[in-house]
Write a protein that binds this ligand. Structure first.
Ligand SMILES: *Cc1c(COP(=O)(O)O)cnc(C)c1O
Length: 342
């Protein structure tokens, strides 16, 4: 008897490497990346720098580590960085900004996860009198906790100009920058060029087991090598992972467009049902609010029915589409949600 089908919509991180991706990993040319460089990792870094329109790129095991390295590059002890209140940096990185760099994250509340120059302008402080100095602004595109919300190019350029006018850095947490680029119909470098540094992930929509890159200027990235080492991110034959990332750029980029279509299907099936309100998705993340019961209850019932989802608030559930679920599985999952919720 085959095991019961489980449709896992908790995150786009749950994908497993395909046979072809594993083959690319198995055949990767390798070296010691801490000693004299791993050739596959170097190849990936060159490709990323070019793809995102920056001078240099550095491979990291995780996005969290790359974000933290970026904070370290842009700040000094006792300064602050402006972030959105629901951001990954503020909520999902174990207060590392404070613990490692002595940096205060100054949060800006928004209704939709989108920081704009108008919202941020009044938050920048110049260190006069008793105010702390603002070292950087960090934005998240797409914004995960807001439901994969996209910041458009005009807004990003406005933030770039604001950062320039104040002589501070703009970091882009682009764990899902690929999704933003696809949703906007822009090549990724147009978005990435707005950032002083940009972090992108391979372990989300691109379907790799691990890996992120940080891009920026040569000078910054040279310093980042030392910061990465201090965080324990100096990997040896990292080309095993970089090969998967390289493969995913060639083969999995287009599937993200499909992920967005699948999210629309989920939203359409869930729309117009009493007791549930769906937030229309920009990309591959669908948020749903329940009016009549705790989200935790429905999550448990859905798990029993073979559909895994995430709880994102007392009444909020999150569904994420990815290349590990087909259109028909996604439709089936949404019908199951409707049936169980009824
Ligand atoms: C997943 C994610 C990260 C961190 O990536 P890890 O590889 O899990 O450390 C950072 N920012 C955002 C917005 C994310 O979604």
């Amino acid at each position: 008897m085959s095991p019961p089908l489980v449709i896992d919509l908790r995150s786009d991180t749950v994908t497993l490497p395909s046979d072809a991706m594993r083959k690319a990993m198995a055949e990767a040319q390798l070296g010691d990346d801490v000693l004299d460089g791993d050739p596959t990792t170097k190849r990936l870094e060159s490709r990323l720098a070019e793809l995102l329109g920056h001078e240099a790129a550095l491979f990291f095991p995780t996005g969290t580590q790359a974000n933290q390295a970026a904070l370290s590059l842009h700040s000094v002890l006792g300064t602050e960085v402006v972030v959105e209140a629901g951001s990954h940096l503020l909520n999902h990185e174990q207060a590392a900004a404070a613990a490692f760099w002595g940096v205060h994250l100054r949060e800006v509340d928004t209704s939709d996860g989108i920081l704009t120059a108008e919202l941020v302008r009044g938050k920048i402080r110049d260190g006069t009198a008793d105010f702390p100095l603002t070292a950087a602004i960090s934005i998240e595109n797409t914004h995960s906790a807001a439901g994969g919300k996209v910041t458009d190019l005009v807004t990003m350029r406005g933030l770039r100009d604001l950062a320039d006018a104040n002589g501070i850095a703009l970091h882009i947490d682009g764990a899902r920058l690929w999704n933003a680029a696809i949703a906007l119909g822009e090549p990724p470098h147009r978005l990435a060029q707005c950032g002083t540094t940009v972090m992108v992930s391979f372990s989300k929509g691109l379907g790799c087991p691990a890996g992120s890159c940080l891009v920026g200027s040569k000078d910054l990235l040279q310093r980042a090598v030392r910061v990465r080492r201090s965080l324990g991110g100096g990997m040896r034959q990292s080309g095993v992972l970089a090969a998967a990332c390289f493969y995913s750029l060639d083969h999995n980029m287009d599937s993200m467009r499909d992920d967005h279509d699948k999210a629309q299907v989920v939203a359409e099936i869930l729309a117009d049902h009493p007791r549930m309100t769906v937030v229309k998705p920009d990309t591959n993340i669908v948020m749903m609010d329940l009016s009549d019961r705790p989200a935790r209850d429905l999550e448990g019932l859905l798990a029993e029915a073979g559909v895994r989802v995430s709880v994102y608030g007392p009444r909020r559930l999150r569904f994420v589409t990815h290349l590990g679920v087909s259109h028909s599985e996604v439709s089936h999952a949404a019908e199951t949600i409707v049936g169980v919720a009824a």
